[in-house]
Design a protein around this ligand. Structure first.
Ligand code: SF4
Length: 167
């Protein structure tokens, strides 16, 4: 299975706690006003990469955890689910996933929710320009929530919603 990848940042600290390998995918249809990265909206942007090759990139860095971002990874949810599952099986690394869908929208959609069992933390919801807050960590507007789906997170982040009983 393939993912359209815009960029891969290694050992970044911008997309979650600690060092992370961030995989930025192409394609987003949320069209948030004030989006920081409108060039990521094109579903034909970037280049296709095999999931197994992305697993190799992630596994090669023993130190870093992983973040999926975009674009919106949930528009390629089948491939990202396979990627997350393989990363977990191979490395057990912590995985954060950014999405413009809300947690409630994901839960209500069988296709979108298939990825949840492999994600540790979801950063969810559209960017809302009127709620923009540059003091927030790891998110752009105050409606967006950092939702821990597993008890693996060690760092307490203000504004975090904990749903540890999820599985
Ligand atoms: S979800 Fe993210 S990438 Fe998509 S339009 Fe909104 S801010 Fe931009």
């Amino acid at each position: 299975m393939k993912i359209r990848v815009l960029d891969i940042l290694e050992q970044t600290m911008a997309d979650g706690p600690g060092f992370r390998t961030s995989i930025y995918c192409a394609g987003c249809a949320h069209a948030c006003e004030g989006c920081h990265n409108p060039q990521s909206w094109d579903f034909k942007g970037g280049k296709e990469m095999e999931v197994d090759d992305l697993v190799e990139v992630v596994a090669a860095d023993e130190l870093s955890n992983v973040t999926f971002s975009g674009g919106d990874p949930l528009y390629q949810v089948e491939a990202f689910t396979e990627l997350a599952r393989k990363i977990k099986e191979r490395t057990g690394k912590n995985i954060w996933c950014y999405t413009g869908f809300t947690y409630e929208e994901i839960l209500a959609n069988e296709r979108l929710s298939q990825i949840l069992p492999y994600i540790d933390t979801l950063v969810e919801g559209p960017f809302i320009l009127s709620l923009r807050d540059t003091s927030l960590r790891f998110r752009g507007s105050s409606n967006q929530r950092i939702i821990h789906l597993t008890p693996q997170e060690e760092e307490e982040i203000p504004g975090t919603v904990k749903l540890r009983e999820y599985r």
